[in-house]
Design a protein around this ligand. Structure first.
Ligand code: NIG
Ligand code: FE
Length: 419
């Protein structure tokens, strides 16, 4: 019992998301559900999960803090959102209205809206303003149960402006209780003011920015948008080669409107290929055979009004499916992971277990983090607690049951009753 600092419970159910395969479909019967459970915590880690009454007896003698819960409470691992762009300036409400009046995402981008519009507004913002914006949006995620949130740069698109964004993400992380995982997306598009071609730009970023990212410990992850009006598979080759040589993890915006990105993900052993709305059976099979996590971004489909990634087919082919919000000002302004994941489940016919795995254990795998996304001895005590009697109510209510409490690293960081 030494070292245990807290016992939390009783929970009507704890769903630890343990013992599940990383790849392929999962039926709800495979999901472990621990009834009438308690969770004991040692510092920032989980010590044990078991019957509350048994844990209580065992800890009676020891001086531990008892966090006694009222009513029916269900505990999931803190959610892991493996793909967002919440560090930005301005708004793209105009793009949204234009899209809904018939213009396409690519047409709006070509006419001066799109990513470049946000780049202009992000460049105008001070680093302090970006920190403030990022903290504000991250708090929204926190209150929806997310305890680990990836955040990309990619609206700076010059050495200095990308550094400004990544410093802002780092400072926001220091302010927030949840973990922000930064990713460099300097290859989001060829900046319109760059005097040179795509190859020159990518070489400049790789040769000048990559070493600075290492030196200043700003990120260990590199992303690129492989698409018609961003970068081609050929152009990105030397960029990712350099990133790999320098030991960066790779993730890719792949197959959003056209295919090509998934193959690059395999070629460079990327951790994840994200989007995949345009993936065909060929890409589905390639991904399923590989170690690349396929990350569906239903928020981008909902924001753009287009089809979802073929999540069911990916799982049936044996792939690993993560689900992330893609929260960004352009294609995915909503940013509510639980709602989006539940809706993806409805349209793609995913089991509760598959959806929950996508936003916990498989999301963590997309970020190469093995200490979270599940509740097991030694894992971070990151908890999303919902006031309900059965875990299946959470997705069934499609995000309208909000967490009653969120814990991060063994500390209560959100309490619906108080905050
Ligand atoms: O993941 N597809 C490229 N990047 C973002 C959108 C960024 C934006 O429109 O500002 C995405 O959807
Ligand atoms: Fe994205």
């Amino acid at each position: 019992m030494t070292g245990v600092t807290k016992l939390i419970g009783p929970f009507r159910q704890v769903v630890p998301m343990t013992g599940l395969p990383l790849k392929g479909g999962i039926s709800d019967t495979e999901l472990t559900v621990v009834p009438d459970a308690g969770i004991s915590i040692e510092g920032d880690r989980i010590h044990s999960i078991g019957k509350f009454s048994r844990l209580l007896k065992g800890f009676e003698e020891a001086k531990i803090e008892l966090v006694h819960l009222e009513g029916d409470q269900v505990c999931l691992p803190g959610l892991v959102d493996a793909h967002t762009h919440i560090c930005f300036g301005g708004s793209r409400a105009r793009d949204y209205a234009l899209r809904n009046s018939g213009k396409t995402y690519l047409e709006i981008a070509k006419a001066g809206g799109g990513i470049w519009d946000t780049v202009t507004q992000t460049r105008k913002a001070t680093k302090e303003k970006l920190v403030k914006n990022t903290v504000q949006l991250a708090k929204r995620h926190l209150q929806n149960g997310t305890t680990t949130l990836e955040v990309k740069s990619g609206y700076g698109l010059s050495i200095d402006e990308e550094l400004k964004m990544l410093r802002a993400i780092k400072e926001a992380n220091e302010i927030l209780a949840i973990d922000l995982i930064p990713t460099c997306l300097a290859a989001h598009m060829l900046p319109k003011d760059y005097e040179g071609d795509a190859e020159d730009y990518l070489a400049e970023i790789a040769n000048i920015l990559f070493p600075k990212l290492k030196e200043k410990r700003l990120t260990h992850r590199i992303d690129a948008f492989i698409e018609e009006n961003a970068f081609s598979a050929e152009q990105i080759g030397p960029y990712f080669k350099k990133a790999r040589e320098m030991g960066f993890d790779i993730t890719i915006h792949a197959d959003q409107f056209s295919t090509g990105g998934s193959e690059v993900a395999l070629q460079f052993n990327a951790l994840s290929a994200d989007h995949l709305e345009a993936s065909t059976q060929k890409e589905i099979e390639l991904l399923a055979k590989s170690n690349v996590i396929a990350t569906a971004l239903p928020g981008a489909s909902l924001g753009l009004g287009c089809n979802f990634a073929p999540a069911r087919k990916i799982l049936d082919a044996g792939g690993a499916l993560a689900i992330a919000s893609d929260h960004n000002p352009g294609s995915a302004p909503m940013g509510n992971l639980l709602t989006q994941a539940a809706i993806l489940g409805t349209f793609e016919k995913l089991s509760n277990a598959e959806v929950l795995a996508g936003i916990t254990i498989r999301g963590a795998a997309a970020l190469n983090l093995s200490d979270r996304g599940r509740l097991a001895e030694g894992c971070l005590a990151d908890l999303a607690i919902f006031h309900t009697s059965d875990y299946s109510e959470i997705l069934y209510n499609q995000g309208s049951i909000k967490p009653s409490m969120v814990w991060k690293n063994g500390k209560l960081i959100f309490d619906m009753q108080k905050d």
